[in-house]
Design a protein around this ligand. Structure first.
Ligand code: FMN
Length: 416
């Protein structure tokens, strides 16, 4: 049975007492020297050490993972001067599905209006825009956490214009005492971690309770799945959903638009899914960057073995549920909670990763009119007809620190 946790009043959850220092990183990601590339290549693929091997390594960013303009927003986010634009700089760093960054912001001295950028929707994977709204909620949460650090009290109004569904939120800013919370300070350190997690380190009940206590919204519930039976039940479904995703060639091909296969593409678009952030072994990651872009089949095989390892090493699984998964405001509330949970876990050295194929497949079944295999399985997992599964994830202690994902620049997301 899923453990249902009742929301607590907001006053109890403001995380001012959290430690500011971030927990030490696990095994840090490796940057590769040329010498090490040769050693790696020599171990398996001789062709890489001859001809254009070194050139391609440099050209593909093997020596500069996490660097260049596409990654600058992670270090530029805290501008020297306080002001509303700093809230947008933080919003840019929020979690969002496929890293499409589906947001635009109109900024004045006292107000920020947030808009959905529908050109950045994931057409077939997110037909009802659930993931888009969750990501927009994540961005709103980063802005709400950044407002006090810039001397503002934020007032959020969701969907302020009944005639425009893309007008996602209005955030009015009034002067207030400056306060930089621990969650605010964790913003540039939060990264989705797709590496295997340490199966010897358990996620304790107090950790799950602390995460549950971050939920201040009666319209969102966190369901936890722990212990061997629930691990198998949820894990099997996640693996099955990943396989179903790959088997759906139409959706799979459409989804692949967001994969950035080369370093040039990544630095140019500054969005999407990258090899560096995929949680691959260092060896596979580096070879993947040096060799010509993989075929979709090769990517799918990485993806499926990645999900299998992510599932089998998960410390626990969770689902965020809402009363109505088609309600935009509820989805944004869930996104705000996810961002807060991930920031808090960052302060504690706990890794997190959404694994959302189950809900993606459930939506796909609705679109295609096929039997609701994943829809029914999710209903069973939630076990309460008053709540619907919206978003699923795993957590645990990572074996390796995650790499950054790219981000677009401030100027690219401002709306006149
Ligand atoms: C609604 C939503 C669904 C997501 N689904 C997945 C998923 O199924 N698998 C995964 O590895 N990451 C998933 N992610 C994580 C995003 O890919 C990630 O946030 C994005 O690439 C940006 O990277 P970052 O979180 O490290 O900043 C999801 C994120 C959101 C908000």
């Amino acid at each position: 049975m899923a453990l249902d946790v009742t929301p607590v009043p907001h006053e109890q959850v403001v995380p001012t007492a959290l430690p500011i220092t971030l927990a030490p990183a696990p095994h840090a990601p490796q940057k590769f020297s040329r010498r090490r590339i040769f050693a790696l290549a020599g171990a398996g693929t001789v062709v890489l050490v001859v001809g254009g091997g070194v050139w391609r390594a440099a050209d593909q960013g093997v020596f500069s993972t996490g660097e260049g303009p596409a990654y600058a927003p992670w270090s530029d986010w805290r501008a020297a001067t306080a002001g509303p634009l700093n809230l947008v700089r933080a919003a840019i760093l929020a979690a969002n599905a496929h890293n499409t960054q589906p947001w635009l912001f109109r900024v004045t001295d006292t107000r920020i209006d947030v808009f959905a950028d529908l050109s950045r929707r994931i057409t077939l994977t997110d037909p009802f825009l659930s993931e888009m709204h969750i990501g927009l909620g994540c961005a709103i949460e980063n802005m709400v956490l950044t407002a006090p650090a810039n001397g503002y009290a934020p007032l959020v109004t969701l969907l302020p214009d009944a005639t425009d569904a893309t007008h996602i939120a209005r955030i009015d800013l009034t002067p207030a005492t400056t306060n930089a919370s621990a969650l605010y300070q964790a913003i540039p350190h939060r990264h989705t971690n797709r590496y295997p997690y340490d199966t010897k380190r358990l996620v304790t009940q107090p950790t799950l309770d602390a995460l549950s206590a971050l939920n201040a919204d009666a319209q969102v519930r966190i369901l936890w799945f722990v212990g061997a039976n629930q691990h198998k039940q949820v894990g099997d479904l996640m693996n099955a959903a990943a396989h179903a995703f790959v088997a759906d060639k139409v959706m799979n091909t459409d989804d692949n638009i967001w994969y950035r296969a080369t370093w040039q593409e990544l630095q140019q678009h500054r969005d999407g899914i990258t090899l560096d952030a995929a949680g691959l072994s260092d060896f596979t990651r580096v070879l993947g960057k040096m060799l010509p872009p993989e075929s979709l089949d090769q990517q799918n095989s990485y993806f499926l073995s990645g999900v299998a390892s992510q599932v089998s090493t998960a410390g626990a699984f969770g689902i965020l549920a809402v009363p109505n998964k088609r309600d935009d405001a509820q989805r944004m509330a869930a996104g705000r909670l996810w961002q807060r949970m991930h920031l808090w876990s960052t302060t504690q050295g706990v890794a997190m990763q959404p694994l959302n194929q189950m809900t993606e497949l459930a939506d796909r079944e609705v679109v295609l009119g096929t039997p609701p295999r994943f829809g029914t399985a999710l209903t069973d997992l939630v076990g309460d007809s008053a709540w619907q599964a919206l978003f699923s994830f795993r957590l645990g202690y990572a074996t390796q620190t995650a790499f950054l994902s790219p981000r677009r620049a401030l100027n690219d997301v401002l709306k006149p």
